[in-house]
Design a binder for this molecule. Structure first.
Ligand code: PLP
Length: 385
């Protein structure tokens, strides 16, 4: 069916009933290899590092959600980012946002810098910061928006248009993990590559680790497929099945994540113990106007700082929440709380962290889809602990 609305695509996008039995969900093809009738003659599947039918079903869904022509499911979000960087060669330069998931920063600085890639970090709140950093060797712009953990916003459409105007060779890639295609679709906004940690909202149930890349360009798809096949960081069939099941409720989950996220952000913003709230849906957010233009809603991620900046007070809060589980990760149905300095962003040197404002008192919430009254009561009692 052409032109399905997004809420229909999450369930039916790219999906067909299985041919032999009519199975509504794709079978989990737990096989590493496929029979050939003659050397090289097979039914489209030869070896499961290349393709597996359960993964194919998931990738068709992923492509449909981001309005891409192709999608690739990887063993983790980091494996997906790794594949993007493998499109480059030594001497190439990457311009990235100055606030990134800690693991992304670690991969850039501690892995790929060793192989001759150069990275420049800029505040992508301003397009000029991006364009001023471009050199003859720039080959990739890496955008995270909203950023992890400071919820900064970059204008994907404006940056992509400016880059393409001046140099069509430069790729624009967007880590869309926090927003999901429910909130924003980077390919529609002019980006070349969308990346996800599908571990988070796409999977949605904290039961798998997975990454994804989506593109709408044949050449890029061919290159990424080659890298994925050659390097081998594929998503397995069982995880593919789970992710496909998760994705079918993405729209209803996201709707509740957004409702709860805004209520939590407003509650914290009005609280006497809270110094600052980072949430793009608050009108006081520095990029509220861009977020409103670019996103359909504002998501379930909320960061905040306590007025009392002591580690003691911050840890008292982190150890006292009952529904918000203190744990790494985000984007599942259950609410989680994270301390970026010691957890998700522990690999960023203190000097770099402090430069952009990731201090000891910064707390990141992944607001789940529980009853909002219970969530607010939990935060209130933890703030008073
Ligand atoms: N990108 C963002 C924004 C993330 O938050 C994460 C993980 O937290 C990743 C990428 C890495 O994904 P994964 O943990 O699935 O490898």
């Amino acid at each position: 069916m052409q032109n399905m609305k997004f809420n229909t695509k999450t369930i039916h996008g790219g999906q067909m009933h299985e041919e032999t039995t009519g199975s509504v969900m794709p079978p989990v093809f737990l096989t590493s290899t496929f029979a050939q009738s003659s050397p090289g003659e097979h039914k489209g599947y030869a070896y499961a590092r290349g393709t597996n039918p359960t993964r194919t079903a998931l990738e068709a869904s992923f492509a449909a959600l981001e309005n891409g022509t192709h999608a690739f499911a990887f063993a983790s979000g980091m494996a997906a980012i790794d594949a993007v960087l493998r499109l480059l060669k030594p001497g190439d330069e990457v311009i990235a946002g100055d606030d990134l998931y800690g693991g992304t920063y670690r991969m850039f600085t501690q892995l790929f810098q060793k192989y001759g890639l150069e990275f420049t970090y800029v505040d992508m709140n301003s397009i000029e910061n991006v364009t001023n950093a471009i050199t003859a060797n720039t080959k990739l712009i890496w955008i995270e928006t909203p950023t992890n953990p400071l919820m900064k916003i970059a204008d994907i459409e404006a940056i992509s248009a400016k880059i393409k105007d001046e140099n069509s060779e430069i790729l624009v890639a967007v880590d869309n993990t926090f927003a999901t295609p429910y909130l924003q679709k980077p390919l529609d906004l002019g980006a070349d590559i969308v990346m996800h940690s599908a571990t988070k909202y796409l999977g949605g149930h904290s039961d798998l680790v997975m990454g994804a890349l989506m593109v709408n360009n044949e050449k890029l798809a061919k290159d990424i497929h080659f890298i994925q096949f050659a390097a081998g960081a594929i998503a397995g069939p069982m995880d593919s099945f789970l992710a496909l099941r998760g994705v079918k409720t993405l729209h209803v989950r996201m709707q509740r994540h957004c409702e709860n996220g805004l209520k939590v952000a407003k509650f914290l913003d009005a609280h006497s113990k809270v110094d600052k709230v980072y949430y793009p849906g608050l009108e006081t957010h520095e990029s509220y106007a861009i977020a409103k233009k670019q996103m359909n809603d504002f998501g379930g991620m909320v960061s905040f700082k306590l007025k009392d900046e002591s580690k003691k007070e911050t840890f008292a809060f982190l150890e006292s929440t009952k529904l918000f589980t203190l744990a790494e990760s985000l984007g599942g149905v259950e609410s989680l709380v994270n301390h970026p300095v010691t957890m998700s962003h522990g690999s960023i040197p203190e000097k770099e962290r402090l430069k952009i404002g990731i201090t000891d008192s910064l707390i990141r919430l992944s607001v789940g889809i529980e009853d909002i009254e219970d969530l607010l009561n939990d935060l209130e009692q933890a703030l008073n602990a």
